[in-house]
Design a protein around this ligand. Structure first.
Ligand SMILES: [Zn+2]
Ligand SMILES: [Zn+2]
Length: 304
């Protein structure tokens, strides 16, 4: 079978569009899609310093790789940022992958840890949670601190933009999680055009138009190494249930996730602007409430 763009041997069939693509044309289609998302939503400007959250998984290393290709044309400085949550026997491997891969690309790499930023590792926080019998999932604790850690890290490296690697599957799952939680404000926040916060940092997700399985294939054919092990604490059961549900729908109806993605763009466009913007009374960071979720979480699961 031949590639529909250049007549080389095809290695990939894009199920939802029927396209047959060779490795080169598949890779350039992904880079083009990412570039289109970036320009469509004015995510990055000429000369911006871009902090890229790099966990060591397939999505974040692929994001770093693609931004490294695109940034050369637009005079953007990249800084890879890895957050070390403090998860024994798991984070060590991905830290090494993230640091070696950044080095190979010639990108500066910085590590920030929960221990230094919040006084406790995630392992320690989970012991505090269990000692106090708190009903909090490890992912909700970790996610709250990871978002805050990335904000702090981006400002410490003087970044204009913080890029994270959420893919189309993550994006659609998050939408359903917000709907099921009754959290309509958060759907407004999902709109991809970055909000300009007071201190100037824009948060962007350049991979939201790319299917997760296409990121895996892109990483494979471009020899991007990644940590395949899942986090030992991964137990966010609702997200897993939604992932399974969406994957089974996609199997029967190719392209349904992409249609959903396009619907979310329109829905979030209608809702955005209604979000509340305040400053946290404790840490003075942007928050939709008087006390931000990171400060609330700190009171529950950290010891100072
Ligand atoms: Zn081709
Ligand atoms: Zn706060």
């Amino acid at each position: 079978m031949k590639c529909i763009r250049c007549s080389e041997t095809a290695v990939y069939r894009r199920v939802y569009s029927g396209e047959l693509l060779c490795a080169t044309c598949f890779s350039s289609s992904i880079v083009m899609k990412v570039a289109k998302t970036i320009s469509q939503y004015s995510m990055i400007e000429y000369g911006d310093a871009i902090a890229v959250g790099v966990s060591g998984g397939k999505d974040s290393l692929t994001l770093l790789y693609i931004l490294n290709i695109l940034s050369k044309k637009h005079n953007n400085r990249l800084i890879a940022i890895t957050i070390d949550e403090g998860i024994s026997n798991y984070r060590e491997e991905s830290l090494a992958i993230a640091s070696e891969f950044s080095k190979a690309l010639g990108v500066e790499h910085r590590i920030f840890s929960y221990k230094e930023l919040f006084n406790n590792t995630l392992d320690e926080m989970l012991i505090i949670r269990d000692t106090n019998s708190l009903k909090l999932s490890s992912c909700s604790i970790c996610g709250t601190f990871r978002r805050r850690a990335l904000d702090i890290a981006a400002s410490k490296v003087d970044a204009d933009v913080l890029a994270t690697a959420h893919n189309l599957d993550d994006y659609v799952q998050t939408f359903f999680m917000n709907v099921f939680a009754g959290d309509i404000d958060r759907i407004g926040f999902m709109h991809p055009k970055p909000i300009r916060y007071a201190r100037g940092l824009r948060k962007i997700k350049p991979l939201i138009s790319i299917y997760e399985n296409e990121i895996i294939f892109y990483a494979m054919i471009n020899n991007i190494p990644f940590q395949a092990d899942q986090c030992p604490y991964m137990n966010e059961s609702i997200r897993n249930d939604i992932r399974r549900f969406l994957n089974s729908l996609e199997k029967e109806h190719a392209g349904i996730k992409y249609n959903m993605f396009n619907s979310i763009l329109k829905i979030s466009e209608m809702i955005k602007g209604n979000e509340k913007h305040k400053k946290c009374n404790i840490c003075n960071m942007d928050s939709s409430m008087d006390i931000c979720s990171a400060c609330k979480m700190k009171m529950l699961v950290t010891k100072i």
